[in-house]
Design a protein around this ligand. Structure first.
Ligand SMILES: *Cc1c(COP(=O)(O)O)cnc(C)c1O
Length: 381
């Protein structure tokens, strides 16, 4: 058997043994009391994680992209428009989803490594009426984190639904549905929840559900939240067979989050991100993402002179760590390192050790142990 590698890609993130073990629980009937109870609790926990009291949570077989599609189709009608705030790859995907369904959509883009500013949003809202605005919290391609709370302040002044693509953030970076008046947070199981891929996850505000109710017909069947709502309220009902084992694993992942404490989890993400970056910079790497937009969940890192992308990533892999290459214009120039979900501090040290070993193998000159030392200053362990 191949030795297991530590996944430090921008998702899936490392799956905690407790979650892996829960995957081996029996495949019970989807309407059995066991599953009904676990799904109910998973839904309740999910609401706690996004600080939502009154909204409606949804857990549906799929992935982040299906959750994006569901968010749009259930809130934007044929005669309406929505606005995408895009800082990279996944904002563009929102735009493509709109096109696929013939929905009218405008997009504000920005230079890669930055995010759209709240003033630009304000300006656009004064020019045209939108049914919804979508923002990517963290773009997995550029490592840029959007000022989603500042957007919320702008949007509170307008009658428009606020949709956050939290696929690379929810459960790792703060998102508050009630306080910020967010209408949809969408995500997937495999990023900051640290569960295996396979679930589309959404929490809708009451306002968003009302909006869906006000639309007579939408171009969706499986993705129609009104078909799922009765199941989420009472999981002993049937609409379409849920992925029983994946739900049991996701339930375990929400328990781990609440045991750690949501606020503490956010803080851990922040500290780990700072420590990893301090080590990388100490070793001569630099960050692709602009300083004010650095995300706590992943880093997009530029190589120093003399370190070549392919040999770096393959040697790092041999040393136990999987990182991802750059996409589009950044291909060959950067690597992307995820540090989200249930990544432990000892795994961070393991990864930094492996990084120094990798650089030595590649013949790169640096002071041995200096990266680790820089990380230790921040982690204090
Ligand atoms: C990963 C990701 C997605 C897509 O999720 P899939 O599960 O791969 O469909 C969407 N948005 C963001 C911000 C992501 O990071």
């Amino acid at each position: 058997m191949q030795k297991e590698k530590l996944l430090m890609i921008p998702g899936p993130s490392p799956v905690h043994p407790r979650i892996i073990n829960s995957l081996s629980l029996p495949t019970v009937s989807h309407v059995s009391p066991v599953l009904v109870e676990e799904l109910k609790e998973a839904l309740a926990n999910l609401k706690k994680i996004v600080f939502c009291e009154k909204g409606e949570p949804f857990i549906v077989a799929g992935a982040g992209t299906l959750a994006m599609e569901m968010a749009i189709l259930n809130t934007v009608g044929k005669e309406e428009s929505f606005l995408v705030l895009s800082q990279g790859f996944f904002g563009e995907r929102m735009d493509q989803i709109a096109r696929s369904f013939g929905l009218d959509c405008d997009i504000i883009e920005c230079e890669w490594g930055k995010a759209v500013l709240p003033e630009e949003l304000e300006q656009k809202l004064s020019e045209k009426e939108y049914a919804a605005v979508t923002a990517t919290h963290v773009d997995t391609c550029t490592g840029a984190c959007a000022p989603v709370k500042d957007y919320a302040e702008v949007l509170k002044k307008h009658d428009v639904l606020y949709i956050i693509d939290g696929v690379c953030a929810t459960g790792g970076i703060e998102e508050r549905i009630d306080d910020w008046e967010v209408d949809v947070v969408l995500t997937a199981a495999q990023k900051c929840f640290g569960a295996p891929p396979g679930l589309s996850i959404l929490v809708l505000s009451e306002k968003a559900v009302d909006k869906r109710r006000s639309m007579e017909k939408i171009p969706a069947y499986y993705s129609d939240v009104l078909r799922w709502l009765p199941i989420m309220k009472d999981p002993s009902k049937y609409f379409s067979t849920p992925c029983v084992n994946e739900i049991r694993a996701f339930y375990e992942s929400t328990r781990i989050i609440l045991e750690e404490g949501i606020e503490r989890r956010f803080l851990r993400h922040e500290r780990v991100a700072k420590a990893i970056r301090a080590a990388l910079v100490e070793l001569g790497f630099s960050l692709f993402t602009q300083e004010p937009f650095l995300a706590d969940t992943l880093s997009v890192v530029k190589y120093p002179e003399g370190v070549e992308d392919k040999s770096f990533r393959s040697t790092y892999y041999e040393n136990g760590i999987v990182v991802a290459g750059g996409l589009g214009e950044t291909a060959g120039k950067v690597f992307r390192m995820g540090h989200m979900g249930n990544l432990s501090i000892s795994q961070v040290y393991f990864a930094l050790n492996a990084l120094e070993r990798t650089l030595s193998t590649l013949g790169y000159k640096f002071e041995a142990g200096s990266g680790l030392k820089a990380a230790k200053v921040i982690l204090g362990e």
